[in-house]
Design a protein around this ligand. Structure first.
Ligand code: DGT
Ligand code: CA
Ligand code: CA
Length: 574
């Protein structure tokens, strides 16, 4: 049993309780769900070694009642309480929770008034304008619901990179270790680290492709074999993710890797270049007349076309071919350039681990510094800290910083940018932080003018250092808010406020296109994880992937600097 399975059940209970108009309990279940979901402690291991007491100790929000339920679920694989609740609702009603702008209360209303119990019925009712006619919902809500359905459908077709990447790596690793495989690699959109992916593409080279085919189609986790030929096969995994495998001879491995990495647009432009040079390129090699002049490695494929090697993240036909021909490709940032993280939460607000645990995890990653940035007072859903509590929290962080060798612990906060653009704490408190991260978490539906002026006001605040997740989107759940990004970029560059590339798999915000634009305006960036647990710090690779796709170099990213350099980069760090 995984943490995510336990969390899903607790979230499910919360939703169903809320649909019954039960107060307080839903939030208690959600808090527990979140701490189990985001904790780096394995819920099973904790229970095996320390029982219910261990669960209560390690997962904030888990008390007597919930620890008993987790115990029952872990030991029997079932939870009677959950099963009983489920009987009260139609089978597919929980998928409605995935639609943005719908919560348990609205779902209950739609079910009672219009007998809606799944997304299909919801869409039909919205298209017939039945929802607009409900007094408490209206036309605007109906439009939002239709938008939410579109996003939901898109989300079903494509998966977050953050969720697909570990699965792809695990499978590719198994293929690589198979005795008849000489070399293998992930290709397609995952190798290019696109933010969402359609399927997993894997390439292998082998002299015995048939052996590789049977090994692949029989891998554990395969639900169905969609196609199986002598050198290519497609399978569906239990989670409905598709994997395509191609097997080639080693003399063509580089050319095939280049071809199957894409993007299609990049490949088309490369092929046109080849034609201009009187060459031919396909997945087997580069040819001059009948003679094959390259194919074994990607590097030689590009070289024969007169190009420098192009990193996969740049292969989107956004100018990389011209830059490569002119020897002007950027030296893009990489994970081992990152020396710290400026955005992390602890259990003092809505995280699940202690300051000490977060610091130890950052140290293990080889970091020179980490900022602890719990939420500010107005964000009550995330247990934002009052001024008094925050003052004590800062003291605690400073004590830990003094005690801990080998890593600098910075006292910060992720502070609400209020609707009027002010920050959520008084100046006398703001000046005590090493780092102030400003963030918008409310009134997402403001007009473009309102949101722009709100953020620009915040960027004028002398205490703000970093603008967190600048567009506010959650992939598949919430569109970015309306804001004039050009004005935000100009102001951020002028006032030296760093823009965050938030690495959380559902956020990845700024995205690659926006970060690329922002650099043109002279902005500098930080790549943060927004970790809510020690394991959340590992998502840094997703933020680095965005930066790479945005052509950013080490110089553009503030947290590639050493701890010693920070005093030059931040106003209040000594
Ligand atoms: P996805 O799966 O939608 O996230 O995107 P990709 O880029 O992984 O696309 P996919 O899986 O359809 O194909 C994998 C790669 O194979 C693609 O990136 C480039 C190459 N490829 C596929 N179809 C074509 C094509 O019609 N022309 C060219 N030049 N390349 C193609
Ligand atoms: Ca693909
Ligand atoms: Ca594919």
């Amino acid at each position: 049993m995984k943490n995510s399975e336990v969390a899903d059940i607790l979230y499910g209970i919360a939703d169903m309780l809320e649909m019954q108009n039960i107060q307080f309990k839903p939030n208690a279940y959600r808090k527990a769900a979140r701490s189990v979901e985001e904790s780096s402690h394995d819920v099973n291991e904790i229970y095996q070694s320390k029982g219910k007491a261990g669960l209560k100790d390690k997962f904030s929000g888990v008390g007597n009642a919930i620890s008993e339920k987790i115990e029952e679920f872990l030991t029997t694989g079932k939870l009677r309480y959950y099963e009983e609740l489920k009987k009260k609702f139609p089978k597919h009603i929980s998928e409605l929770m995935e639609i943005s702008s719908l919560g348990p209360k609205r779902i209950k209303l739609l079910h009672e008034k219009l007998k809606i119990s799944n997304v299909k019925q919801l869409e039909a009712a919205a298209r017939k304008h039945k929802i607009a006619k409900l007094a408490t919902l209206g036309k605007k809500t109906e439009e939002e619901i239709l938008k939410g359905i579109e996003m939901f459908k898109r989300g079903q077709e494509r998966m977050f990179l953050g969720h697909a990447l570990p699965i792809a790596l695990e499978i590719e690793n198994k293929i690589k270790k198979f005795k008849d495989v000489e070399a293998s690699s992930i290709c397609g959109s995952i190798r290019r680290r696109k933010e969402t992916i359609g399927d997993i593409d894997i390439l292998a080279s082998s002299a015995k492709p048939d052996k590789v085919m049977s090994f692949f189609t029989k891998l554990p986790g395969v639900k169905r074999v969609l196609a199986k030929g002598s050198t290519k096969a497609s399978v569906l995994l239990k989670n409905d993710l598709q994997i395509d495998l191609r097997v080639v001879e080693s003399s063509s491995y580089g050319a095939a890797l280049q071809y199957f990495t894409g993007s299609k647009e990049h490949n088309i432009a490369v092929r046109e270049l080849a034609i201009r040079k009187k060459l031919k390129i396909n997945e087997y090699g580069v040819y001059k007349g009948k003679k094959k002049i390259a194919g074994k490695t990607e590097k030689e494929v590009y070289k024969k076309l007169g190009m420098d090697y192009v990193e996969p993240e740049l292969r989107e036909n956004r100018g990389e071919i011209e830059a490569s021909l002119k020897r002007k490709l950027p030296n893009i940032v990489s994970c081992n350039n990152i020396k710290g993280d400026f955005h992390a939460h602890t259990k003092f607000s809505d995280g699940s681990d202690s300051i000490e645990e977060m610091v130890a995890a950052a140290k293990k990653l080889g970091y020179e510094y980490i900022a602890i940035t719990d939420h500010s007072k107005s964000l009550r859903v995330a247990h934002g800290l009052s001024e008094q509590k925050m003052l004590e929290h800062i003291k605690k962080i400073k004590v830990i910083d003094k005690k801990t060798k080998g890593i600098k612990v910075l006292a910060g906060s992720e502070i609400e940018i209020l609707p009027n653009g002010e920050l959520d704490y008084s100046d006398s408190l703001l000046k005590k932080f090493d780092i102030v991260v400003g963030a918008v978490h409310s009134r997402f539906k403001s007009s473009k003018e309102e949101m722009t002026s709100r953020i620009l006001t915040a960027l004028e605040n002398p205490y703000i250092d970093i603008l967190a997740h600048p567009t506010g989107r959650r992939i598949g759940k919430r569109e970015p808010y309306e804001v004039d990004l050009k004005k935000v970029f100009e102001k951020a560059a002028k006032n030296k406020v760093y823009l965050e590339i938030n690495s959380h798999p559902e956020r990845t915000d700024l995205n690659d296109i926006n970060a690329f634009e922002a650099k043109k305006h002279g902005c500098k960036f930080v790549i943060d994880t927004d970790a809510h647990s020690t394991s959340g710090l590992d998502y840094i690779n997703l933020g680095v992937a965005i930066a790479r796709r945005a052509w950013l170099t080490q110089k553009d990213i503030v947290n590639t600097s050493s701890a010693k350099q920070l005093s030059k980069l931040f106003k209040r760090i000594k």
